[in-house]
Design a protein around this ligand. Structure first.
Ligand code: AMP
Length: 608
């Protein structure tokens, strides 16, 4: 490999030094999509890789999932696509079908303001028919697993003669999965002029050799972890799905003895959504992000400082430099895209010699990020369990006891009330303990003191139509059972796409949080299927379900209008992706049907 003086870049730049996405030279339509998605600053790997990729240079990036590497290659590729072609200009190789689908979704999200960009996932296990017809219609970006891409190349059904960009995503994983030969064959059989970007979490000898043999003078980019001195902050993590995060946060708020908390999300939209959900649950919460004007931000921070506000939901940019002693807890609702941001975030607690607590929500795929974080902070993180109903109740009872003890300390007022109670007892022949219990009931109001498993389930059910906060939002997936009237819905996958009822049930149950009792009859027709589901699906669930994919295909679920609405011989619901109206980015979808205010927050004991 020819090496140039700047062949290796180690980046540990501060977010402040990284500038903005606009500074990186991306296409205006791509920048517009990024504004919709709500990212505020490029991650370290993005800031380092986007400029050389835009300049046409090959790149080797050492980065793992959770660092923002997908956007690091997708944004420059999309910025440089030439419109109007029919043969693929970009090919992304990924080790698994799940990753391929995720990368596809990311491309589609970032391409939402580019006209006529067609992205196609190609992976094994999916019928060839769908892939072939899409290829025939014309595709700009193919994202696939190496085995199936090789099959297409051998059959002559995938023409890569006009390929300009080739990305190897999670290259080390592809090799581990036995794809080395396929990857090399694809590298060798594609035009010599193509630009190659190789991303890998590790750099084993085999990858180094591949990069030396097939890449041209690549710029190597490693994101160096910033290290910190030891902190007085306890670091814990909780493995949760995106959908469980709000419930998890609520439980943490109930059981943790916090004074003030900062909750970090990745996107601006998510700060607002999370803050709103917390307010609906009775917490004094507010959002700050890069779009909130400076004076307003300052007012909010002041409220946090003086105790008018207990929970601040923020993006990294908005919380930069924030110094509020009351902050006892930091919750990473979304773990940050780089370790440097993590270090900065947890530095918001444990101020002025106090101790602090940091809790990070980690989705199963992001587990590897934990190692990088531990390395950067030089501190182990301990796994915590989701607080149970019993944990919540134990805390509520302790707080209740504490509030009685505190009231008993107000001797003069207690004396006055004693007379009132004595009078009551002497006139009603009721034991004093019963009177005390009755007063507890009055004090508690409508809200039961203890959470029952049934009430807990009801709460989740009531809220499930309005979930979706967080970057790369995933809807609520808690299983729900519902009897009630059913209606027929239509989805744009049928026999032709080789779907089976179990795939339909699996996808809808997962994405819509539906339970077994929610499904009625399923009829699979040649081009579409009809599924009986509860008639009262909320608009939000409908929206989520219509954006669900089965075998890589958008199902576009909608209420069935009956045979009259289906032209005879109709082949495909969506022959051309270009006809599809723009969908808002997942993270920015409108919230509907939020729960009414419950105001059930128990009194909290001040932290000492
Ligand atoms: P990846 O490492 O590509 O799997 O990305 C991890 C997560 O970070 C995804 O949910 C992205 O949507 C999100 N993400 C990527 N870039 C940024 C950014 N610059 N700011 C905030 N979130 C980002």
């Amino acid at each position: 490999m020819a090496t140039s003086p700047d062949a290796t870049v180690e980046t540990d730049s501060d977010a402040e030094q990284r500038g903005t996405f606009t500074d990186l030279g991306l296409a205006p339509a791509v920048l517009k999509a990024l504004r919709d998605v709500g990212y505020e600053t490029p991650s370290a790997i993005q800031a380092a890789t986007i400029p050389p990729l835009l300049a046409g240079r090959d790149v080797v990036g050492l980065a793992q999932t959770g660092t923002g590497k997908t956007a690091a290659f997708a944004l420059p590729v999309l910025s440089r696509l030439v419109p109007g072609g029919t043969l693929p200009q970009a090919l992304v190789l990924a080790p698994t079908r799940e990753l391929a689908l995720q990368v596809c979704e990311a491309f589609e999200r970032y391409a939402s303001h580019l006209k006529h960009v067609h992205v196609l996932p190609i992976y094994g296990g999916q019928g060839y028919g769908t892939q072939l017809s899409a290829l025939r219609r014309g595709v700009d970006v193919v994202v696939g697993t190496p085995g199936r891409i090789m099959d297409h190349l051998e059959k002559g059904t995938l023409d890569l003669s006009e390929l300009t960009y080739l990305v190897l995503d999670e290259a080390d994983e592809m090799l581990k999965m036995g794809f080395a030969e396929d990857v090399e064959t694809i590298l060798a059989q594609t035009p010599a002029t193509k630009q190659v970007a190789l991303f890998s979490a590790t750099m084993p000898a085999q990858i180094r050799r591949i990069s030396q043999q097939y890449l041209r003078d690549p710029q190597e980019i490693t994101v160096k972890s910033r290290t910190t001195t030891s902190t007085n902050t306890t670091q814990r993590y909780l493995v949760v799905s995106q959908a469980q995060k709000i419930d998890a946060l609520t439980r943490i708020l109930e059981v943790e003895n916090f004074e003030a908390m900062i909750v970090f999300t990745r996107t601006k939209g998510a700060t607002e959504q999370v803050a709103e959900k917390l307010r609906a649950r009775g917490y004094s919460a507010a959002a700050i992000n890069g779009d909130v004007a400076q004076p307003q931000r300052e007012r909010t921070v002041e409220q946090l400082r003086t105790g008018k506000l207990d929970v601040l939901v923020a993006t990294d940019v908005a919380a930069r430099g924030l110094d509020v002693e009351r902050i006892s807890h930091v919750v990473n609702f979304d773990i940050p895209v780089d370790t440097e941001s993590y270090v900065h975030r947890i530095g918001r607690t444990g101020r002025a010699g106090r101790s602090g607590d940091a809790i990070s929500f980690v989705t199963p795929r992001e587990r590897r990020m934990l190692l990088a974080i531990e390395k950067a902070t030089r501190q182990p993180m301990t796994e915590m369990a989701l607080p149970s109903v019993d944990d919540v109740n134990a805390t509520r009872l302790t707080r209740f006891d504490d509030s009685i003890t505190a009231a008993l300390g107000r001797a003069d007022e207690i004396r006055q009330y004693r007379d009132v109670i004595d009078h009551y007892v002497s006139h009603h022949d009721v034991p004093e303990a019963d009177v005390a219990a009755a007063l507890a009931l009055v004090a508690q109001g409508e809200t039961p003191l203890l959470l029952t498993p049934e009430a807990d389930r009801r709460e989740r059910f009531a809220d499930s139509g309005s979930r979706g906060a967080g970057a790369g939002d995933r809807p609520d997936r808690g299983p729900r059972e519902r009897g009630g009237p059913k209606a027929t819905y239509r989805i744009a996958v049928g026999k032709r796409h080789r779907v089976e009822p179990r795939q339909i049930v699996g996808a809808l149950a997962n994405e819509g949080g539906l339970g077994r009792g929610d499904f009625g009859a399923i009829q699979i027709r040649p081009d579409f299927s009809l599924v009986e589901l509860p008639a009262d699906l909320s608009p939000d669930v409908l929206n989520r379900l219509s954006g669900t994919r089965i075998s890589g295909r958008l199902i576009e679920l909608r209420p069935d209008q009956g045979p009259g609405a289906r032209p005879r011989g109709e082949r495909s619901e969506r022959p051309e992706r270009r006809d599809r109206p723009d969908r808002p980015a997942r993270g920015d979808r409108a919230e509907r049907g939020d729960r009414p205010e419950r105001n059930e927050r128990p009194e909290r004991k001040p932290r000492h």
